[in-house]
Each structure stands twice: as C-alpha cells, then as structure tokens.
Design a protein around this ligand. Sequence first.
Ligand code: NDP
Ligand code: HSE
Length: 433
Amino acid sequence: MKPIRVGLLGLGTVGAGVAKVCRTHREELEEMVGAPIVLAAVVDQDITTPRDGLPLEGLPLGRDVSTVLDDPSIDIVVELIGGLEPARAYILRALANGKHVVTANKALLATHGEELYAEARRRRCMLAFEASVAGGIPLIRSVKEGLAANRITSLYGIVNGTSNYILSKMTDEGLEFGRVLAEAQAEGYAEADPTFDIEGIDSAHKLQILATLAFRTCVGLGDIYVEGITRVTPEDIALAHEMGFRIKLLAIAKSADGRLELRVHPTMIPESSPMSAVSGVFNAVFLNGDVVDDLMFYGRGAGQFPTASSVWADIVEIARRLAAGHAAVPQDLPVLGRNPLGLKPIEEVVSSYYLNVSALDRPGVLAQVAGILGKHNISIANVIQKVHQKAQAVPVVMMTHEAREGDMQKALREIDALPVIVAPTRMIRVEES
Ligand code: NDP
Ligand code: HSE
C-alpha cells in the first residue's frame, strides 16, 4: 500500500505534540488508515531549540516551506504555525498544489474561512479543522456528522481554556489575575498574543467557526458581541458566590424566530449548574438539537496532547479516504443552508443582569438608581448594600429580572452620569437556565 505522506508546518506546542504522537502511536494510526503514514517533512523557523520529550535528530526538520508546500509527494499539509499571514498564503499554496490541509488555526478560519473553504472546494481538497475549537473535544466532527439530522437551536459553552483557567484560579484559590495568566502561558495554553484569550477574541473565533457550521449561516466576526474577562474583579467573584453564582466566560449562540444571537462575555451562572464545575483548562459546550435534545461535551480545551489528538483525528480521516481512493467531497466543508438565519443585534438580546453600582452613601441614592432602572423597564430582583465603615463610596449590588440589553445600556449611561456615582457601574449578564 502506498504510504500517506504528511508535511508539518510549525514545531511549537501543538506541532511537537503531533510529532510525538506519530512516534508513540504510529502502529494504531496506520491500522486505522489501512496504509503506512510517514511524517515526511517538518518545517519551523527554529530548527535548533530542543523540544521537550522530542529528539530532533531523526526528524526531517528544516526551514524551507517548499519542502512541505510544493513537494508533489506530500499528500497532507498540517498548518500549526498560527497567525493570519503567512499561514493563509501557505494554505492557499498547498491547496493550489492539490494537497489536503489540516489546521488548528481558529484566528485564520474565523477571519478568512470563507476564502479558504471556497478554494478547498474549487481544488477538490479537504480542509479539516477539528483542533480549532475546544482543543481535544471532537466537537466539529459531532456537529458536522453526528448531529446531521438536527436543527441546532442553541449552543453555549466555555471554549477558551486560558480564561477559564484564570477565572477558576481567581475563584478557587483567590489568586491574582496576572500571576495566573503567566501560569497559563507557561503551560502552553495561551495564544501567542494572550489578549486574544483574555479579551474574548479567541472565544469569538471559535464561536464564529462553530456557529457557521451548526446554524449553516454565514457568520462574520463583526456579528459577534465580544467582552473579555479583564474587568472582572475579585469583588464580583466573591459577590457572585454570595448569591449562589460563578462567573465564566461563555460563548453563546441561540436561534429563535429565524434570528441568531451571538455573544461572548463574562456570565454569571448558578453554582449548581454543570457548567460551573468546569474548571481550569477544561472546556464544555452545551448544545440543543431539535431531534437529539440536550447534549454536553466536556474535555481539555487546550494543551499539547489534547490538541494533537484532534489534529490526528483529521489526518486519519483524510488519510483513510486517500488510502481508499475517495476524493474529497464539497459537503465536507461548511455548507450554507437554504434559509440562513438573520442576526439579532445585541441591543435586542434579553437577559438578567448583575449590577455593581459604586455610589456615595447618601440618603436617596438607591431611589435614584432604582428610578432610572424602572424608567427603562428594568425590574430589580434583589439588592445587597455593603457597608464600608470608613469608605465614602459603597458598592450597591443588584440582580435584575430579564430586560432588553438596549434598555440596560441606556439606564447605565444615566446612572453613571449621576453626581453620586463615583466609578463606572460594573454589569455582568446572568444566564439562569
Ligand atoms: P506555538 O507558537 O507554540 O508554535 C508555532 C510554531 O511555528 C513555533 O515554533 C513558531 O516559531 C513556528 N512558526 C511561526 N511562524 C512560522 C513561519 N512563518 N515559518 C515557520 N515556522 C513558523 O503555537 P501553538 O503550537 O500553541 O499553536 C499553533 C496553532 O494551534 C495556532 O493556530 C493556535 O491558535 C492553535 N491552537 C493551539 C492550542 C494550544 O493549546 N496551544 C490549542 C488549539 C489550537 P517561533 O516560536 O520561532 O515563532
Ligand atoms: N488559547 C486557547 C485557549 C488555545 O486557551 O483555549 C486553545 O484553542
């Protein structure tokens, strides 16, 4: 049987994991494929720094990308260099040369996916991206194939390991934000630019990929409302706990009445919900399909081996087809439905809210704040006022009933303009169910 030849671009955290798994699991992988698999070329700009647990001698390692992209004997190109360019140009070049491509690059797919999918279709090549969402969880394959009979009605989840790691350590161990971020970087979970993780951008990239597939609707990154975790304070975490909630960075997509809402933001969820128990680098995604009903996916969302596991799932799928002589089919790539959904602007989204109003401790302040909320159709469910003996300002903490986001934004602008308010009000959306 003719060997399947794989070329690897990028020998960093994930690339080194892919090469290690090739050494440790080659026999089983070849059994699954039904043909020998050869890691024929590995390219990185750094070919000398030792990779932990991976001897470099014996690896076909070099700096010249054409050994992967242009060598006619390479069947599958695995792109693990990350970033937009030159990754985009390299994938287009590989496809133009008739090679199948595997990538974990969510930033690239969320930004240039349409162009890359179209090119893969045109060239009749596979472009596989299981590792791009939720690390080691086989989520893309489940949505594409396992749930083929379903109309997905909602999905929401923790899809960024770094921010979940940070929030979990801040909550459980009272650790400070900067220290925990440094730990996540050292573990290899964080993106090259960690602002992608903590500002919610990486979660938005994943939501874009997942929602496009699940709702068969063309979703742009600009259609997703995004807010990160950098403004979540230890005080918010403690108050959330006092009220029976935990704060998680959630990516949410819900469809109703032919429209889709897409948002990423810190969210208070009941401590009793299964999502609250998702700690550290773990990811979890809840999904509802109209035929299957509720599903929950859980596993490691980042890290060398979990991500390599997903990369290998894609390599094996493509290699199997090559070994069996099947060409790629256009339906392997995200397909737009006949009735794509319209998008719901964030102003029309309805949820409950936690508000932390920093006000001077004077008579009538609470009445002023409550009056503004009432004027904008926002009903208060609960109030806690913390007395700080010496401080001039006190946190007035409120939970509201469900209200429109647009009304809440208007109310917040008016509240923060009151002379008795000493700092911008902190607002966190609440998902009770
Ligand atoms: P790393 O930064 O650890 O690895 C990237 C490697 O590619 C580095 O060795 C880098 O070299 C090299 N490289 C960068 N640009 C080039 C280039 N132009 N030519 C040759 N080599 C290049 O990243 P990760 O392994 O963590 O991530 C790879 C991809 O996987 C990214 O798209 C990421 O978003 C995605 N991903 C990562 C996960 C994780 O847990 N780490 C999980 C899921 C997806 P140098 O170090 O010198 O820049
Ligand atoms: N930086 C990402 C995370 C890697 O922390 O989840 C996995 O996509």
